[in-house]
Ligand binder design. Structure first.
Ligand code: AP5
Length: 213
């Protein structure tokens, strides 16, 4: 089962992808997390990606596409996977479609988590993430049991650099220009399902689980 998560920045793609991964035992592959881990480790890729991410721009395809194709070729992806943050442009989607077709595969579900722009800034400004295990929280909507501390591994939570309001504005406009057209792309492919991402996270997941079966 190959699943693509669609939706604006902060719509809840990562939150839902983590829940799908747990229930269905599929690897959760987030290109954003791969870049953030490279930034943390000070790699060349991380240095290059950071300059784009800090401005809310997309990382160029030449740094993104092969990285993703190499990741999904790994052993743990044999039974399927969840892509969170890829594809993000029509050219990325076309590369993915062609690479899958070579192995007689295709995207089975494109799940569009729909949240209007006016809710996004509030979601992003309250987001806190664990720099160690990647768990994501919200100070108001999904708080950790102990303020500022990850429930899973006990690490101090941090706020993402690109969650500042001015960067969020750029990310939203990049989303509308370059990523939103993927909704029509996957609708045409007959695999698009839209869920109301403004509901409580467990209700959003219940809707997704009924789609995935
Ligand atoms: P990436 O990390 O993919 O960021 P994004 O798409 O902007 O999405 P987010 O991670 O911000 O949000 P999300 O939808 O996962 O929401 P979350 O579950 O955290 O990418 C970052 C950057 O990397 C990009 O800007 C780009 O530069 C680069 N990049 C990555 N992939 C790329 C690619 N393919 N090509 C080029 N560049 C690429 O939820 C948000 C908050 O809301 C959290 O606090 C959460 O707890 C809370 N929340 C979640 N669900 C609910 C709910 N139902 N109700 C209330 N609160 C909720």
């Amino acid at each position: 089962m190959i699943i693509v998560m669609l939706g604006a920045p902060g719509a809840g793609k990562g939150t839902q992808a983590a829940a799908i991964s747990e229930k269905y035992g599929l690897p959760h592959i987030s290109t954003g997390d791969i870049f953030r881990s490279n930034i943390k480790n000070g790699t060349e890729l991380g240095k290059k990606a950071k300059s784009y991410m800090d401005q809310g721009k997309l990382v160029p395809d030449e740094l993104t596409v092969q990285l993703l194709l190499d990741r999904v070729a790994k052993e743990d992806c044999k039974e399927g996977y969840i892509l969170d943050g890829f594809p993000r442009t029509i050219p990325q989607a076309e590369v993915l479609t062609q690479a899958l077709a070579k192995d007689g595969q295709k995207v089975d579900f494109a799940l569009n988590v729909d949240v209007p722009d006016e809710n996004i800034v509030r979601r992003m400004s309250g987001r806190r993430s664990c720099p160690k295990c990647g768990a994501s929280y919200h100070i108001e909507f999904i708080p950790p049991k102990k303020e500022g501390i990850c429930d899973v591994c006990g690490t101090a939570l941090i706020q993402r650099e690109d969650d500042k309001p001015e960067t969020v504005k750029n990310r939203l406009s990049v989303y509308h220009e370059q990523t939103q057209p993927l909704i029509a792309y996957y609708e045409k492919a007959g695999v698009l399902h839209t869920v109301d991402g403004t509901k409580d996270k467990d209700d959003v997941f219940a809707d997704i689980a009924s789609i995935l079966g």
